[in-house]
Ligand binder design. Structure first.
Ligand SMILES: Nc1ncnc2c1ncn2[C@@H]1O[C@H](COP(=O)(O)OP(=O)(O)O)[C@@H](O)[C@H]1O
Ligand SMILES: [Mg+2]
Length: 321
């Protein structure tokens, strides 16, 4: 009984953990994690970002590489070893805390291999175990998963309530998705609450309906016909992506820079040679805002359905077999 109560508390705490997953690199996982968390935090939702990448690209997107709190994943690794709650870096942005990734995460793989040998696949619950005690401090938690690292992504899938999957609409992107679908099914054996929140088409460079239609069919096939897709797509905007990593700023922060920078002719006249921020940032920020609204609506709708189902079950008489 005590165990069941503990499990319920864990489930509740992890109820808004969203793993951003795709085995393929370069499909927008890190950009989505940073910008969605940034949007939620900007809208005053307490937000947590967890970086499971050895390259720690989030540090570039959020501009904290080499900051004193950038521990290269050491904090995460230590929590893991000791079984103690995660200790995020606080206020990387107002309302946004971050558990940093980096090279120290290398050590997680051999540790997990050994644990799985001894305890089976339930060992993957370890990330959820160290996250649950702090997760209820947050209204939303995003996990930025690495490409092609089954073990680290499996940890995320075992901790998360939701999967959000960015994909590109090219063939390569769609093949990666089938692999995620397989891993998703496997993860549900130890984390039955895991659900697919939705798929996001990322930097597709096209608004062609035919291509989006093809992508939808492939997504449906991969996830057995049960594959919500977000309406919003994130537009292809290379210069904005470059500005973001060069300046360590999110799209909506670049949008503010764009508004503040002098007009190009003024810059010319006064001989200012600083690189200019591409005005497309405003449109990209708008895409992330629209997506944030959709993500929140999807969360709230799923939570409402679950609440009604739970209430319905509690009110119903047990069925005889
Ligand atoms: N809207 C965009 N349009 C074009 N390229 C983008 C856009 N947003 C990000 N990028 C770039 O695409 C590449 C992959 O994005 P990233 O988020 O790092 O993907 P992943 O985490 O899946 O590897 C990066 O070089 C990034 O700067
Ligand atoms: Mg990444």
């Amino acid at each position: 009984m005590a165990k069941r109560k503990k499990d319920r508390e864990r489930d509740y705490a992890l109820g808004r953990v969203i793993a951003i997953v795709n085995d393929k690199g370069g499909v927008g996982k890190t950009s989505l994690a940073a910008n969605l968390a940034g949007q939620f935090a900007g809208a005053d939702y307490r937000s947590l970002l967890i970086d499971l990448n050895r390259q720690a690209n989030l540090a570039d997107d959020l501009g904290y590489r080499n900051a004193t709190f950038d521990d290269q994943g050491a904090g995460l690794l230590n929590s893991f070893l000791a079984g103690t709650p995660l200790t995020p870096a606080l206020d990387v942005r107002p309302q946004l805390d971050v558990v940093c990734g980096g090279g120290r995460l290398e050590d997680l793989t051999p540790i997990m291999i050994s644990r799985v040998q001894h305890h089976g696949r339930t060992a993957f619950r370890a990330l959820g175990d160290v996250l649950a005690p702090i997760a209820s401090d947050y209204e939303v938690v995003f996990i930025d998963c690495p490409p092609e690292s089954t073990i680290l992504s499996d940890l995320a899938l075992a901790a998360a309530r939701w999967v959000l999957m960015p994909t590109k609409s090219d063939v390569g992107g769609l093949v990666g998705m089938a692999l995620v679908a397989e891993r998703f099914s496997l993860a549900r054996e130890i984390n039955p609450r895991l659900g697919l929140l939705g798929v996001v088409l990322f930097a597709t460079g096209t608004r062609s309906r035919a291509i989006h239609g093809e992508a939808r069919t492939a997504i449906d096939e991969a996830f057995g016909g049960n594959s919500p897709r977000f309406q919003t797509t994130i537009r292809h905007a290379e210069r904005t992506a470059q500005d973001a990593r060069r300046l360590g700023k999110l799209a909506h922060e670049l949008e503010i820079e764009v508004a503040a920078q002098p007009a190009w002719w003024e810059a010319l006249r006064s001989d200012i040679r600083a690189p200019r921020v591409s005005p497309t940032a405003a449109s990209v920020a708008g895409d992330y805002r629209d997506l944030g609204v959709e993500v929140l609506a999807a969360l709230q709708s799923a939570e409402e359905t679950e609440r009604l189902e739970t209430a319905g079950r509690a009110g119903r008489r047990p069925r005889s077999r």
